[in-house]
Write a protein that binds this ligand. Structure first.
Ligand code: KIV
Ligand code: NA
Length: 264
């Protein structure tokens, strides 16, 4: 696979070409994903749930994300690799810089932070210091105790308007990608059209520029529950490599996510 960079993703947004991405935590799966031409990988703090069996992501540490980032980079030299900043690792801009450095030196191309316009100073500080940033909006799982559960976000008018404003503020601060999780499809479409940076959705309908799934959900093997917006491609394809290429093809064609996997 040819090396994928932020410029590749921006060009795809401009061309209206949809792209797939998936989480990865180790070298073997990272290699399999790259062999199937998966352009973007994320070392997600979802590893607290799917690898460690916890009920949420809050106990994941920066050193754990760095460890898995090194493994994924070893297996996939050419994907665009994002890595999650875990809970409380970016409480201040200074902490964000110190911790992001660990992920960048482990091989990440971009770090992902959960939150709205309160992140503006951190995003500026990181991007000015050459750390590319992805901002994660909507259902931000590190806020599960604030939300009172893993619930769809942005359902009422005020919350939807706030999310659009957050996306614009984060883009202006220097964020180069947005992840939108569990939001109504109309809101996802509005945000995707409002910003010029690529938007990657999960539980946000087929209107975003890219899609992402947790790899264990894509294979239907998660220790936790299977979210409604996910699809078990291994069950459909019967083979891991075939499952991955089927997922990529269905994202590119717009077939996934279907209305069954979408919130209105
Ligand atoms: O941790 C994760 O896997 C994520 C994706 C679901 C976007 O943040
Ligand atoms: Na995450």
């Amino acid at each position: 696979m040819k090396k994928v960079t932020i410029n590749t993703l921006i060009a795809w947004k401009q061309e209206g070409r949809k792209f797939a991405s998936v989480t990865a935590y180790d070298a073997s799966f990272a290699q399999l994903f790259e062999q199937q031409q998966m352009p973007v990988l994320l070392v997600g703090d979802s590893l607290g749930m799917v690898l460690q069996g916890k009920n949420d992501t809050l106990s994941v540490t920066i050193d754990e994300i760095a460890y898995h980032t090194r493994s994924v980079r070893a297996g996939s030299p050419n994907s665009f690799l994002m890595a999650d900043m875990p809970f409380m690792s970016y409480a201040t801009p200074e902490q964000a810089c110190q911790n992001a450095a660990k992920l960048m030196s482990a091989g990440a191309n971009m770090v992902k932070l959960e939150g709205g316009d309160w992140l503006v100073d951190s995003v500026k500080m990181l991007t000015e210091r050459a750390v590319p940033v992805c901002a994660h909006l909507g259902l931000t799982p590190q806020s599960v105790n604030v939300f009172g559960g893993f619930k769809v976000q942005g359902r009422d008018q005020a919350a939807a308007e706030k999310m659009v404003a957050d996306a614009l503020a984060l883009e202006k601060a220097g964020a180069q990608v947005i992840v939108l999780e569990c939001v109504p499809v109309a809101l996802a479409e509005q945000i995707t059209k409002s910003v010029s940076i690529p938007v990657i959705g999960i539980g946000a309908g087929n209107v975003t520029d890219g899609q992402i799934l947790v790899m264990h959900d894509m294979f239907g093997i998660s220790a936790n529950y299977m979210p409604r917006f996910s699809k078990n491609y291994l069950a459909v394809a019967g083979d891991m490599r075939e499952a991955v290429s089927r997922y990529i093809a269905e994202v590119e064609s717009g077939e996934f996510p279907s209305p069954d996997h979408t919130f209105n």
